[in-house]
Design a binder for this molecule. Sequence first.
Ligand code: ATP
Ligand code: MG
Length: 391
Amino acid sequence: MFKAFLIKYAEIGLKGNNRYIFENALRDRIAGVLKPLGTYNVYKEQGRVFVECPESYDYEETVEALQRVFGISSICPVAVIDNSDWESLTEGVGDYMDAMYPNKDITFKVMAKRADKNYLLTSPEICKEMGAYLLKRFPGLRVDVHEPEVRITVEVRSKSYVYSIIIPGPGGMPVGTNGKAMLLLSGGIDSPVAGYMISKRGVSMAAVYFHAPPYTSERAKQKVVDLAKAISKYTGRMKLFVVNFTDIQLDIYEKCPHDELTIIMRRYMMRIAERLAEEENCLGLVTGESIGQVASQTMHSLASTNEVCSMPVYRPLVAFDKNDIVDIAKKIDTYETSILPYEDCCTIFVAKHPVTKPNLKRIRNSEKRLEEGIDEMVDTAIENAEIIIID
Ligand code: ATP
Ligand code: MG
């Protein structure tokens, strides 16, 4: 029945002269997600992107893939009418109606758009004449222009397209149209959601994970790789840096007050993430922090981890309750992986009573105890970072 999809996009439409950049990015991203599924023809035409499907394809699978492409506001499975002369058009729309709605005891309304302004009828005329044709062909039908059960839309272009199903897309903007950011990706619930949200605004992602073997296991690392794979279904290809943090962590553990461990550790994570971000031409860092969620995320703690980097740090979850974050995690399919019970490197070195209002001066002072050797450890950690390409 459906040989093609008509893709509508929203915010891209606002972009004035840069519009083609957004449209091309959207087209390329759609082509990218569909490529593994078959030979689709993806092209843009006057404010729309069209997807022509191969002879045999999986409808559900295709729709699911499209629902992960940021920038799409809706996905309309369409029947294509090759010849747009009036007779072919009415007949084609009638056949569509017949196939889609075997029971004709329904109310309907025809909506029309014509890209071809030279078409022999205007849009209102198309609606009126098409309605009359359908009523005549299927006597059970009734017109209801206010609240019809079925809205049949006909778009007349070089070919014509008819649809009555509108599937919501994810919204947002095409990935890659808004620069790149470095996501601090842990194995938890929050950071994958944070990456998803920033990416939804058109930002492509790189990610960094800090692990501390042997205190954290290979399974914990694999969990992060799996999370990166899960979000890359939305963000596209992603470079994941796995940084060995053990020596740094042990050094902090040895020399600094234990109630400040988490904060100081987080400050070193931010510093390293920023260095990697610079190397990768990223314009910001992204974390899954949310005010007050844990001791290291009070306003005081955030101020203290924030001061070590000069790059903007984006915290899309900053005002979210955990429940709301969990809802998104479930929606994007990261939740089940996130709750697997593998230790993360923060839980092993946490103090029983971490400071909740770290004093910046004290923290800076404590860090002075690390002076001998820490810079070299940081350099080594960065140089030896393992790079995993998530595709
Ligand atoms: P998450 O659910 O994302 O793990 P969390 O509630 O466990 O967050 P924290 O452990 O305080 O919170 O971490 C706060 C943020 O710091 C995380 O959202 C993540 O962006 C970053 N982060 C924490 N641990 C790591 C790690 N091992 N590797 C990379 N980033 C990390
Ligand atoms: Mg965590």
